[in-house]
Design a protein around this ligand. Structure first.
Ligand SMILES: NC(=O)c1ccc[n+]([C@@H]2O[C@H](COP(=O)([O-])OP(=O)(O)OC[C@H]3O[C@@H](n4cnc5c(N)ncnc54)[C@H](OP(=O)(O)O)[C@@H]3O)[C@@H](O)[C@H]2O)c1
Length: 494
């Protein structure tokens, strides 16, 4: 991360690098991924908890210690919490979907609290959700509060920060609002859009997270954090629409089934249904700060909503999105079966190649441009159609695009693929995350042949289902057309 992209340079609290080792959980997620570089830049000794190893992490957080643990398996937490002074708790399983995340979140929090107590951790810092505890809360907000209570029920002091919608590049809420405002001219309004919330910019969230670490007096206290504006959900969309030079009309509508609206929103935004549904359920609650005692400790003025939108949009335009909601969706995707872990060769393989005189670096650059806004060079309608079918079937679809247009790293999302391996000027291996009756990979590789190079694209597919076999043979003719054309286009554009 570039120094210019850090958020805490104007924070009034003083860094305390001598306080001991800091553990960051949820570092592969949206918030944790932004927090780690800030702590490292302020000189802290940081240990990062991840669920599976990857060479990408050492590159991403140089100087941080990486530990492998799963909060759902208490034994693994002992090593992670050994000699830790303060731990950030940013673990969240929202992406498991409305049916499963509550139980997973509470179990993970209970395991973490017990392990932290045993290891003599001095403080836990937790970022949760904002909502009025006395009102009937959505399942998601209630669960965030139960996690806070669980962490706070032991001997370790806890600092709780409670935030509503976070606005920043890569934030799921931001992308949902942005896409709704961009795509729609008319919104059916069932009534919940009149509830109020206090959105906060990602930079202010990170400043509060770092600030409370540096102010020991915040131990054992709970703070509400919010941005400069209190707005209705309707106003959130209207302000975004104005920012995009658009006008949106809201038409009152009596049908208020949350699942219907969430499903529709998931079809026209990059964010998949399980996440949209959990976030939409929160629209039935006000989410505004109940007190502003955080200002006694960290008296800076947070950004207002429009300024947060502007900064998030600037980051998108300048291709400086550092973390994105898709980094942690599907959950624990980095533990998925890798191509090299298959016990035998994949059942089906199809390879297409050509010989080129072009330099490997320029061909590789062209390979790494595929997907996202750039599309797949030709036959884009076929990719989009497959993506739309996937979305209808509750898959990730192609509209989730990419975090960055110009760079790719391991674990990055690329439409309905995920980068499994990337070796500069040699190989890009993508793993399919779309709904499939089997496992699929797509490999691009470059090999020298005398003074020239062979550019190949290889589709791997493994299945043990009859429908999986049928699927392969139905799509084979389309794949032949698509992949032959794709490598020609890659070569032509390099
Ligand atoms: N994002 C927002 O807009 C927002 C708004 C208000 C409050 N918050 C709060 O901020 C916190 C962090 O949110 P986020 O958006 O950064 O979440 P996120 O992107 O979904 O990341 C969740 C993180 O939790 C990790 N995790 C899940 N289960 C785990 C387990 N069993 N063991 C270890 N790690 C596990 C995930 O790791 P894997 O990669 O291994 O799955 C991932 O790193 C949450 O408490 C959330 O309520 C967020």
């Amino acid at each position: 991360m570039e120094t210019a992209d850090l958020f805490c340079h104007d924070l009034t609290s003083t860094p305390q690098p001598g306080i001991g080792k800091i553990l960051v959980t949820g570092a592969t997620g949206y918030i944790g991924g932004r927090l780690v570089p800030e702590l490292l830049a302020r000189g802290y000794k940081v240990r990062v908890l991840v669920r599976s190893p990857s060479p990408e992490y050492e590159e991403r957080w140089p100087g941080a210690e990486i530990v492998i643990a799963d909060a759902l398996q208490q034994d693994t937490l002992k090593k992670a919490l050994h000699e830790i002074h303060i731990a950030y708790y940013l673990i969240h399983s929202l992406y498991l979907g409305p049916q499963e995340f509550t139980a997973a979140d509470i179990k993970a929090a209970a395991n973490f609290r017990m392990a932290a107590e045993k290891k003599g951790v001095k403080r836990i810092i937790y970022l949760g959700g904002l909502g009025d505890i006395n009102s009937p809360l959505s399942k998601h907000l209630r669960s965030r509060m139960e996690v806070a209570q669980e962490l706070d029920s032991g001997k370790v002091l806890v600092t709780i920060l409670r935030a509503a919608i976070i606005i920043g590049s890569g934030s799921a809420s931001f992308e949902i609002i942005q896409h709704l405002a961009r795509q729609l001219h008319v919104i059916l309004s069932p009534g919940w859009e009149r509830h109020k919330c206090q959105p906060i910019g990602i930079r202010d969230v990170i400043k509060y997270l770092v600030g409370v670490l540096e102010i020991p007096e915040t131990s054992g206290k709970s703070f509400d954090i919010g941005g400069g504006d209190i707005l209705t959900y309707k106003e959130l969309i209207e302000v975004m629409a104005r920012f995009l030079h658009k006008r949106i009309f809201f038409i009152p509508f009596p049908f208020s089934h949350i699942g219907f609206y969430a499903y529709y929103a998931s079809l026209i935004t990059p964010v998949p249904l399980p996440l949209v549904q959990c976030l939409f359920e929160g629209l039935k609650n006000d989410a505004i700060c109940q007190d502003d005692s955080i200002k006694d400790f960290l008296p800076f003025d947070p950004l207002d909503y429009e300024e947060s939108i502007k900064r998030a949009t600037d980051r998108e335009t300048q291709d400086r999105v550092y973390t994105r909601w898709s980094d942690a969706y599907p959950p624990a995707h980095h533990m998925a079966l890798r191509l090299h872990e298959l016990k035998s060769l994949p059942k089906y393989t199809a390879s297409h190649s050509l010989i080129t005189e072009k330099r490997p670096s320029s061909i590789f650059k062209s390979i790494c441009n595929i997907g996202g806004k750039e599309g797949w060079f030709r036959n884009n309608w076929m990719w989009r159609l497959r993506g739309m079918v996937d979305r209808i079937l509750l898959g990730v679809g192609t509209s989730r695009g990419r975090r960055s247009h110009s760079t790719l790293k391991t674990h990055d999302v690329l439409d309905f693929w995920r980068v499994e391996d990337i070796q500069r000027d040699k190989r890009l291996l993508l793993r399919a995350e779309m709904k499939l009756p089997g496992e699929a990979w797509l490999e691009f590789n470059l090999k020298p042949v005398g003074k020239r190079n062979r550019l190949s694209v290889i589709a791997y597919y493994d299945t043990n289902k009859l429908f999986g076999d049928i699927y392969w043979f139905i799509f084979k003719p389309f794949h032949n057309v698509i992949f032959t054309d794709l490598i020609r286009q890659i070569e032509k554009r390099s």
